[in-house]
Design a protein around this ligand. Structure first.
Ligand SMILES: Cc1cc2nc3c(=O)[nH]c(=O)nc-3n(C[C@H](O)[C@H](O)[C@H](O)COP(=O)(O)OP(=O)(O)OC[C@H]3O[C@@H](n4cnc5c(N)ncnc54)[C@H](O)[C@@H]3O)c2cc1C
Length: 381
């Protein structure tokens, strides 16, 4: 590294949150450097479903998700990675699940939530008919290729003049200076976007917020389906996952019934969702175990549960598993984001639940605006 190179903005962490900050800073004409201790994008930002799950969010997360939608589509065109305005289906296989969907549709209206009859959802999805009571379609949700999106954005930003320092670890901060394993950089503003590793750089806020590493079982599979899955598919389990459903009157009944019906899945904290990929495979997930340090050891029970549920939903026996992996994201008990300025001009930006692909673009736009227009910035529409 040259002697103390100087940038308007230094971003620590080349995941989607850091890249989104670099993008919005570059769009303001600022000089930007991104440093990452890995040699490529390899964190949560390539381990996920690639699902911009906009509609199921609430509050600030919903604002960020909505604001970020157009940036995903713009970046997909500019940086050349696959994205699709597929929306999301959610199948109901019990009356209590349909009740939640009806309440959600009433709250959000037809432009965000289309209720589907049993016949309508069965006509659109290659799933087993047994037990299906109806469903909903969320038309504004998006998909991106989770393996290509963030790496393509990094390459594109580099081609536009953003400087990347790979295999370079940030080790300490002072106002205006970032200490790294390859020397110091001078930074007008520093965004620290290192996901769950924030507890290694700034332990106090991480401890105060109760941040943990949440590890997930994930599969890529080829399913012998009668037709292709046209969009990401949620199930009743998804109604227990996202804040948009949390306060609805019928959600508690779904949680209670699923726990009674599937006691073996409680420890796994199972979710059942599917995202079709451009190559015809389907990403299947997920389970959730929260720890300070993530154990590298994954139980076979988690994979068994995912396969069992997929066999049951799609009515197939032969599922060809082509990949298994453990994904890890940051998890906090009470909040979706950790946003803090622990010292002058050094800003921590961490998404503290599994919605960073959905919210990063809007979050970063607001975060960069807050740093450079400190007087009364609101989330962009
Ligand atoms: C299995 C799984 C499924 C998910 N599905 C979805 C989904 O469908 N939709 C959705 O919205 N979200 C989803 N998420 C969540 C989403 O992937 C994350 O919220 C998001 O990727 C977090 O981005 P990030 O940039 O903060 O983290 P990361 O991508 O992990 O990037 C952090 C970077 O910081 C670097 N770093 C750490 N410490 C240092 C240091 N000291 N110096 C330099 N570099 C450092 C790391 O190398 C890493 O590259 C999922 C997550 C997982 C794990």
């Amino acid at each position: 590294m040259r002697n103390q190179p100087t940038y308007d903005v230094v971003v620590i962490g080349a995941g989607i949150v850091g890249l989104a900050h670099a993008y919005h800073a570059m769009n303001r004409g600022l000089s930007v450097a991104v440093i990452d201790h890995a040699d490529r994008v390899a964190g949560a930002s390539v381990q996920n479903f690639g699902h911009a799950c906009i509609t199921a969010q609430s509050g600030t997360a919903l604002d960020y998700a909505r604001a970020g939608r157009r940036h995903w589509l713009d970046l997909s065109r500019k940086a050349g990675f696959w994205s699709a305005e597929t929306g999301t289906f959610c199948v109901a296989r019990h009356d209590d699940e349909l009740a939640v969907m009806q309440e959600f549709a009433n709250a959000r209206g037809p432009s965000q939530v289309e209720l589907l009859s049993r016949e309508q959802i069965l006509a659109r999805l290659p799933i087993r008919t047994k037990g299906v009571t109806g469903g909903m379609y969320l038309p504004t949700d998006l998909q991106v290729d989770p393996r290509r999106a963030a790496p393509s954005i990094a390459r594109w930003l580099e081609s536009r003049g953003v400087e990347f320092f790979w295999r370079t670890a940030a080790s300490g901060f002072e106002p205006g200076v970032v200490h790294t394993s390859r020397g110091d950089l001078r930074a007008g503003t520093t965004f620290v976007t290192v996901n769950y590793d924030i507890d290694r750089l700034f332990p106090e806020p991480a401890l105060r917020e109760g941040l943990l590493r949440c590890r997930l079982h994930m599969l890529r599979a080829i399913l012998p389906l009668s037709s292709t899955l046209p969009a990401p598919l949620f199930t009743g389990w998804s109604l227990l996952r996202y804040s948009g459903f949390e306060e609805l009157p019928s959600t508690r009944a779904v949680a209670h019934r699923l726990q009674q019906e599937y006691p073996g899945y409680v420890d796994l904290d199972l979710h059942q969702m599917y995202t079709p990929q451009p190559d015809g495979s389907i990403l299947i997930g997920d389970t959730h175990v929260r720890e300070v340090s993530a154990s590298p050891f994954q139980s076979e029970a988690g994979f068994d549960a995912l396969i069992e549920r997929a066999q049951d939903l799609f009515g197939v026996n032969d599922i060809e598993i082509t990949e298994r992996w453990q994904g890890i994201y940051c998890s906090a008990p009470d909040s979706d984001f950790l946003l803090e300025e622990p010292m002058d001009r050094v800003r921590i930006v961490t998404v503290t639940t599994g919605i960073g692909m959905t919210t990063s673009m809007g979050l970063a736009e607001a975060s960069v605006a807050r740093a450079f227009e400190p007087d009364g910035v609101s989330v962009p529409a």
